[in-house]
Design a binder for this molecule. Sequence first.
Ligand code: UD1
Length: 335
Amino acid sequence: MKILVAGGAGYIGSHVIVELYKKGHKAVCVDNLYNSKIKAVKNIEKLIGEKLPFYKIDCCDKKKLETAFKKEKFDAVMMFQGYKAVGESVTKPVAYYRNNIDSALTIIELMDKYNVHNVMFSSSATVYGKNAKSPITEKDKALILNDITNPYGETKAMIEKILTDKAHADKRFNVVLLRYFNPVGAHDSGLLGEDPNGLPNNLMPYVAKVATGKLPYLKVYGNDYKTKDGTGVRDYIHVVDLALGHVAALKCYKKKKENVHIYNLGTGKGTSVLELVKAYEKASGKKVKYKIVARRAGDVDRLYCKPAKANKELGWYAKRDLYNMCLTSYNFENK
Ligand code: UD1
């Protein structure tokens, strides 16, 4: 298939493009490089061994994005574009709603105009809301939008709804919604990984900076949760496994019976903050200093999934373990 990858220079999109090429697909990368670098495109090219068609375009800019739709004939679109910093979304909600919803609507309108009907959306476990009980299955639902704790998460839920409504109205549309748990780790080559601007908000990129001496210590947000060691438990999934989940989900486009397909992409295993710190120390051979501090607002004690539906229907399993997630993260950070 020839696939438009919106946000293809970013952390997850870049890994997906590499796995698409490995399976004989082709991609066209569209990215405004707001939160990514042209170097990622060059590194993807090193890994796929050929030139990657690249358009430096903001997906909210319909006129410019249309040039890509006019020139290329896409079989499918994968949407990774959008702002993704949870904390920032609380202080800049309008920017998040404008950018994330606008870019999605623009892409969908152009898909309509150019007869592209297959779309895959990078969604998040955050759509299950703060009251969901782990292990979470696809049938669990945030009952009201306010169960979602931040505007970033709300844009994910809203775009899921927009795509679902479109699929119900137009049976030619085939929508895949992939709900990620906590993507971490990096490509084995050390060429692709998560490179956030400024201070990282998420746990593993922060631990990476402590292990490499760029930050003095990790703040562990609370050790009084109802979990095995009191620290928060999450379902960390290796970004390469996550990328392979997208490739496996392409088979949904062959199914004609239903046209909205929803999958959890996680390992199904819960890991605490302190377990992750220990695994990171083992993989890196470095000490990760930490201090226990107060809980972070909005955090829940545990969040992990049941990936049985993706296992059964897509034949996809997350295979990389926590050690490998830490090792690849450390190698990337060191480069
Ligand atoms: C968050 C988002 C999720 C998003 C994901 C990846 C929410 C509710 N969830 O997940 O939508 O997809 O990031 O971008 O906002 N922790 C520390 N110290 C730190 C950082 C984190 O102790 O410096 C702890 C947290 O309290 C939590 C765990 O580590 O228990 C994981 O946190 P984080 O990596 O930020 O991910 P989530 O909050 O689970």
